[in-house]
Design a binder for this molecule. Sequence first.
Ligand code: NAP
Length: 234
Amino acid sequence: MNKANIKGKWALVTGASRGIGKQVCLGLAKHGCNVVLHSRDISHTSELAKELESHGVQTRQIAADLGNSEQVSKMVAELSTGPNIDIVYNNAAIMTQYCSDWLNVPSEDLRVSFEVNVTALMKICHAFIPGMVDRGWGRIINVTSGIADQPELIAYAVSKAAVDKFVLDSVGKLEGTGVLMNLLDPGWLRTDLGGPNAPNSVESVLPGALVPALIEDGTSGKLFRAQDYAGTEI
Ligand SMILES: NC(=O)c1ccc[n+]([C@@H]2O[C@H](COP(=O)([O-])OP(=O)(O)OC[C@H]3O[C@@H](n4cnc5c(N)ncnc54)[C@H](OP(=O)(O)O)[C@@H]3O)[C@@H](O)[C@H]2O)c1
């Protein structure tokens, strides 16, 4: 792979406090990339910020509930006053309760899943794309899921399908701009969201999760599967 040099660039990672987002932050820092750590409360990322800084990178921390559109707007506005964001990992997401009564999935589950997993994600993309296009370089990685055939988790599943559709329908606008937008399927991992029965450790998301941030070959609108790279060097 022809690798981009991301040393000194700034990445925004949503849902940085634990699980996959935390691994992505650690991976980016090892490549010298500065990181904006997002979660719902700055106290959730303070330890990680110190750890990343010990790798010699700079960090910023920002809090916003992605289910609250005012907080998302405030976050985006606050970030526009800081260093330019070159890389965005839209990683934060929620999965509503498993609904055994699959014909009665609450509408509220759909509403909140779309608010956090789709609307906030799109708003973040729309906010940072213009600056990336102006500067001629950007990487947007939207985290999706391979979930299938589980109508008990349909609110989550359809929200991820909407993320896929958003990416596929938008990438044409980015052609030739130097801004690449792709999808990342981390695989089923043992995290708070993935649960204890998942077959893969959270660490196995690296190095694959970094591939869409490091590519220089113009690929956009592609699904990267982190598990395809597990145990390899990139
Ligand atoms: N784990 C899997 O097996 C798996 C499989 C396929 C796809 N994925 C996807 O991978 C991504 C990360 O999943 P994960 O397993 O790492 O999840 P996780 O361990 O549950 O972590 C979720 C992260 O999102 C943040 N978050 C949750 N609700 C939020 C909200 N309303 N507003 C803002 N931030 C919020 C959390 O921050 P706080 O500290 O504020 O709680 C936390 O940092 C998600 O997009 C998920 O759909 C995961």
